[in-house]
Design a protein. Structure first.
Length: 231
């Protein structure tokens, strides 16, 4: 799964749509079967995934089913057409490949929907924003469907604040961890990951009863790197 590395993802996203949405009509494929059709997700946008090994969080090899269970409950948003199919656009780096756009903010998916309706009225007729959970996304990726993530720009900014070198921006969807939240289960050490810095700060505050300086205990990585290591 790809992500937009630009520190201003909305601006880049607008440019991406401007150049490639006109080609979307020829790429409406990848109908999701009945078991995995786009449907409202029952849990709200989750702050954390299930736990993973603390000391080697980015070095685990998991089965696709295990990865999917780890990502369950975390919601993203995309655009589907009237047939409940992904609206796909051409990959600017590979004209033969199509991508589904996945937004971590519903408002960004609404922007995508507006662009589709404006530039491709026929395609946009009946299109709508739908939630889908990351475990569903991961299993579709395993089946060969490619996606591009549009991260929450607020979390991109939060990630940059935690990085020592911000000259190259932040590449990927930020995920946050802290050694202070490590716990043991069946003789193994686990550490949850969070998609929002505010949520991990809230947990750290509850654990330590002191939020000042909590950011010094927060580590930031990218979801894409985690998924690569989990393969």
């Amino acid at each position: 799964m790809d992500s937009n590395p630009n520190s201003n993802p909305i601006a880049s996203f607008s440019s991406f749509l401007h150049h490639h949405i006109s080609r979307a009509a020829s790429h409406i494929s990848a109908r999701v079967d009945a078991a995995r059709r786009l449907r409202p997700a029952s849990p709200p946008f989750a702050a954390a995934s299930r736990p993973m090994e603390a000391r080697h969080a980015f070095d685990l090899a998991l089965s696709p089913d295990s990865v999917a269970k780890t990502l369950a409950g975390t919601r993203v948003y995309t655009v589907s057409n009237s047939g409940n199919e992904f609206v796909l656009v051409s990959d600017p780096n590979n004209g033969t490949r199509s991508l589904g756009i996945l937004c971590f903010r519903q408002e960004d998916a609404e922007t995508l929907l507006s662009q589709v309706q404006l530039r491709q009225p026929v395609l946009g007729r009946g299109a709508r924003v739908v939630p889908i959970t990351l475990d569903q996304v991961y299993m579709l990726k395993v089946e060969g469907i490619a996606f591009r993530f549009l991260p929450d720009p607020i979390q991109i900014r939060n990630a940059l604040e935690l990085k020592a070198d911000v000259s190259r921006g932040f590449d990927g969807v930020p995920v946050f961890q802290s050694d202070l939240l490590v716990f043991k289960k069946k003789n193994k050490r686990y550490c949850p990951i969070y998609f929002q810095k505010e949520d991990i700060e809230r947990e750290l505050s509850r654990v330590s009863r002191a939020s000042s300086g909590g950011s010094q205990n927060i580590m930031v990585g990218s979801l894409e790197d985690v998924l690569k290591k989990w393969r």
